[in-house]
Ligand binder design. Structure first.
Ligand code: AHG
Ligand code: MN
Ligand code: MN
Ligand code: MN
Length: 336
């Protein structure tokens, strides 16, 4: 029966990667990313036992208080990516400057990553994740920041790993759809469980996801959009985990909209373009959804069109099913 097939014919991540690229360096890179995700999943699982809760005592460039697991997961990713000989430039939420891989270990990929997303949720055992985006270096010679300060649409791979009840990896190779993998801890492999994931055709469940604690600081169109979600006798449900990976994963699978708007205290919003906005936008678009910045620097931008000038630059985020993102954007049109 089907179980037997699954016990002798493992649809692993590396098998999927080899079937979807002829580039050995990309195959090696994805192996390094998978290793780092597995090691980070293990660190999250043992955090309570290994005294890995709490703060590391430093702040990162974004001004976040680094948690011990922010630093540990960052070390895991930096070591895995430096030593796989497939990378030229690394950008991490937890490193102020890009890491330039020494020429002796340099490869052709540039990886921007958020090693632990939603890290404020670690100490209370609420799901967290990792987010990553991969560019292919186009400028010959040693890596520079210009190899990674690129538009979202230049990404060749986007992905996230969610450390939840299951450890789930979601990956999109440019132009090849969105694929889900679940970690089978008994063999330490990510198994391909769902191919070509798409948003529900009708926009899916009526769910909106936002930190409404900030709503008094949002711009007026955003306030009216959320008021609309709450109106009538069949209002939208509010679901907000506070880890982007978890909120985006639920939005991708169930439908609805996730918004992290700009507000009076942070005009660019909170989420960082290179390692939060872009990878999620690529995945959302490949699944048939929409990823917008909403009104940002006087215009409404498709997220993937942004060209960041700094590796920790932020942007507002409105992403999800076409039905619901367009509903929010409609309040900007009438305001304009
Ligand atoms: P990180 O933990 O990598 O710094 O990211 C946290 C982000 C994102 O995961 C989440 O959507 C957002 O912060 C939540 O922000 P609020 O706590 O302001 O709602
Ligand atoms: Mn952070
Ligand atoms: Mn994050
Ligand atoms: Mn983070």
């Amino acid at each position: 029966n089907s179980d037997d097939v699954d016990q002798v014919n493992y649809k692993t991540l590396s098998r999927f990667v080899m079937a979807n690229t002829a580039d050995q360096e990309l195959t090696i890179l994805m192996g390094a990313i998978a290793l780092a995700c597995k090691a980070t999943a293990r660190a999250c699982r043992k955090a309570g036992i290994a005294n890995l809760f709490g703060l590391a005592g430093e702040q990162n460039t974004s001004g976040d208080d680094q948690k011990k697991l922010d630093v540990l997961s960052n070390d895991i990713f930096v070591n895995a990516l430096l030593n796989c000989h497939a990378c030229a430039v690394l950008v991490s939420e937890e490193n102020e400057d890009p890491i330039i891989v020494p020429p002796s270990m340099q490869g052709k990929y540039c990886v921007a990553f958020d090693p632990l997303d939603g890290s404020s949720n670690i100490d209370c055992n609420v799901s967290t994740g990792t987010i990553f985006g991969v560019y292919e270096k186009t400028i010959p010679g040693p890596g520079t920041v210009d190899d990674i300060l690129r538009k979202g649409k230049d990404l060749v791979v986007a992905g996230y790993c969610m450390y939840g009840a299951a450890t789930e990896l979601v990956i999109c190779f440019q132009g090849r759809g969105v694929h889900r993998f679940a970690l089978d801890p008994s063999i330490g492999e990510f198994i391909h469980t769902h191919a070509n994931v798409k948003f529900p055709a009708d926009g899916g469940k009526k769910i909106y996801s936002a930190n409404e604690g900030n709503s008094g600081l949002w711009d007026e169109p955003c306030q009216r959009a959320v008021a609309h979600f709450k109106s009538g006798d069949k209002p939208y449900a509010l679901r907000y985990v506070g880890s982007m990976v978890s909120d985006v994963h639920r939005t991708l699978l169930y439908g609805g909209v996730f918004i992290y708007p700009a507000d009076k205290k942070s005009p660019g919003g909170k989420l960082r373009v290179l390692y939060e906005g872009f990878p999620m936008a690529m995945i959302v678009e490949a699944a048939g959804g929409v990823a917008s910045t909403g009104l940002f620097n006087g215009k409404i931008h498709r997220m993937m069109d942004l060209e960041p000038k700094g590796v920790h630059e932020r942007c507002p985020v409105i992403l999800g099913s076409e039905r619901d993102v367009n509903l929010v954007l409609g309040f900007y049109d009438t305001a304009a």
